[in-house]
Design a protein around this ligand. Structure first.
Ligand SMILES: [Zn+2]
Length: 403
C-alpha cells in the first residue's frame, strides 16, 4: 500500500469511529418504518441537531402529496413524513449534493427492532446498513472536510428523505429540485456487496394500478349484458407478458375485485411492476401499454383508469458519471481500499438524480448486507473507512478535480 500523503492524512485524522458508531446506534434505535410518522418526526429532529454541526441552515420540508388506489378502485392520500434539507454555501460556483434516507422497511410493529453484536466487527440491527450507518458516513466525512483548507471552494446541499423505501414518490420533486445545478452527487446506500463493491448502472422501476370498470349482470339470466372486468384484467395480464422483453421485465402482481359467483363482475384492480433497463425500453413500454389499454377497452367494452408509472428512471452510467466512479476508485486505492463496481437491478434515489443529468455514485454508505431482512448487518469498521473515502473524494472535487 502506498503511503497516504500528509494532506490526506490530516484530512481524515479527525474522523471519529466511536462517535460514528454512537450515532448509527442511536438512530437505529428509533423505528422509522416509512409509515411511522411519529418515529420519522423524532428521527428528523435528532438528525436536524446532528447536521446543525455543518455551517448551513437545516430545514424540515413537507412531503409532496401522494395518492394510491384502494382495492375498491378509489383514490386516497397516503401520509408521509417530512424531509430534512441543509444548504451549505449555496452561492459557491461548484456545488455537490449528498443524499440519504431516514426511513426503513421495518414498520413499528415488526419484530426486528433491536441491535445484536454478531462478532466484534459486525452489528445486526434495523436500518444500520440501509442506511443510518450511511448517514453517519457522510455527516462525519463532511465534518472532517469542513476543517480542511479547501472547504470554502465548494458549496453543497444535503437531503434526507423520509420515503425512499416506498419509492420516493413524496420526495421526487424535491430530489429533482435539489439536483439542479449540482456538479456531482453522492448517495449513501450500503455497498452492493459486503466487500465494498459499488452499484454501477441501474435499471429503472415503475408501479402501476389499473382500475377496470365493466358492467354487472346476472350470470344466468342476462350474462350477455355484462362486461366482465376480471376477464378484461386477465386479458391485460396476458398482453403484458407478451410485451415483456429482456430489456423490460414485467411482473403482474395482483388482481383485486370481482363479485359473487352469480354476478358478472364490473370491477377489478390490476397491479404490476416493470423494470426497464434503458430509457428506450421504458419509452417503448409506455407506448405499448397505452395501445394495450386502448385495445382492451374496445375489445371488452370496459373503461380502464391508469394510476402510477415509472417512478425510478433507468440509470445508465455516462462519461461524467464514469469519471466519478474512477475518482472514487482512485481515492480508495490511496487509502488501501480496493473499490470495484457492478450493475444491479435494484433502484434508489440515485436513479432520480442521474435522470437530472448529475453524475452520481449511490452506494457510498457502509459495507454491510442482508438488507430488508432481520439479518441486516453493518460491518462496524467500515464506518470510518467509508467516511475517509468520502472525505477524500469531496476534497478532490473541492480542489478542482474535473469530471
Ligand atoms: Zn436504502
Amino acid at each position: 500500500m502506498k503511503q497516504l500523503d500528509a494532506q490526506s492524512e490530516a484530512l481524515i485524522a479527525p474522523i471519529d469511529q466511536d462517535a460514528m458508531l454512537a450515532d448509527a446506534q442511536a438512530w437505529s434505535a428509533i423505528n422509522t418504518g416509512t409509515a411511522n410518522l411519529d418515529g420519522l418526526a423524532k428521527q428528523a429532529g435528532v438528525l436536524a441537531d446532528a447536521f446543525a454541526a455543518l455551517p448551513g441552515d437545516v430545514e424540515l420540508v413537507d412531503p409532496t402529496p401522494v395518492s394510491a388506489i384502494a382495492a375498491d378502485g378509489s383514490e386516497f392520500e397516503k401520509p408521509h413524513g417530512q424531509h430534512l434539507i441543509a444548504r451549505i454555501r449555496p452561492d459557491a460556483e461548484r456545488r455537490l449534493l449528498f443524499t440519504g434516507h431516514m426511513d426503513t422497511v421495518f414498520p413499528k410493529d415488526h419484530s426486528f427492532q433491536e441491535q445484536t453484536w454478531l462478532d466484534d466487527d459486525t452489528l445486526n440491527g434495523p436500518g444500520l446498513a440501509d442506511m443510518k450507518g450511511g448517514i453517519a458516513v457522510f455527516l462525519h466525512a463532511l465534518k472532517a472536510f469542513e476543517r480542511s483548507d479547501v472547504a470554502d471552494q465548494i458549496g453543497y446541499d444535503v437531503l434526507l428523505n423520509s420515503d425512499e423505501e416506498t419509492g420516493s414518490l413524496a420526495s421526487a420533486p424535491l430530489i429533482e429540485q435539489m439536483a439542479q445545478g449540482k456538479y456531482a452527487a453522492l448517495t449513501y446506500e450500503p455497498s452492493a456487496l459486503p466487500d465494498g463493491t459499488l452499484a454501477h448502472a441501474r435499471g429503472g422501476s415503475g408501479n402501476y394500478s389499473l382500475t377496470i370498470t365493466g358492467k354487472s349482470a346476472h350470470a344466468g339470466r342476462n350474462p350477455q349484458d355484462g362486461r366482465n372486468a376480471i376477464v378484461a384484467a386477465a386479458a391485460i395480464v396476458l398482453g403484458l407478458k407478451e410485451l415483456q422483453t429482456e430489456d423490460c421485465p414485467i411482473n403482474p402482481a395482483k388482481i383485486e375485485g370481482g363479485a359473487a359467483n352469480n354476478v358478472v363482475p364490473d370491477h377489478a384492480v390490476l397491479r404490476f411492476n416493470i423494470r426497464p433497463k434503458s430509457p428506450d425500453a421504458a419509452a417503448a413500454f409506455e407506448a405499448a401499454l397505452a395501445s394495450l389499454i386502448g385495445e382492451t377497452q374496445q375489445a371488452h367494452e370496459v373503461t380502464i383508469h391508469q394510476h402510477g408509472g415509472i417512478s425510478r428512471p433507468p440509470k445508465p452510467v455516462d462519461r461524467k458519471a464514469q469519471r466519478l466512479f474512477d475518482l472514487v476508485r482512485d481515492c480508495g486505492a490511496s487509502l488501501g481500499q480496493t473499490i470495484g463496481w457492478q450493475s444491479t437491478g435494484g433502484v434508489c434515489d440515485g436513479n432520480n438524480i442521474a435522470d437530472c443529468g448529475v453524475p452520481v455514485v449511490d452506494t457510498m454508505g457502509v459495507r454491510g448486507g442482508a438488507i430488508h431482512s432481520p439479518d441486516e448487518f453493518m460491518i462496524v469498521s467500515s464506518l470510518r473507512e467509508r467516511a475517509a473515502l468520502s472525505a477524500l473524494v469531496i476534497h478532490r472535487l473541492a480542489s478542482g478535480e474535473e469530471l
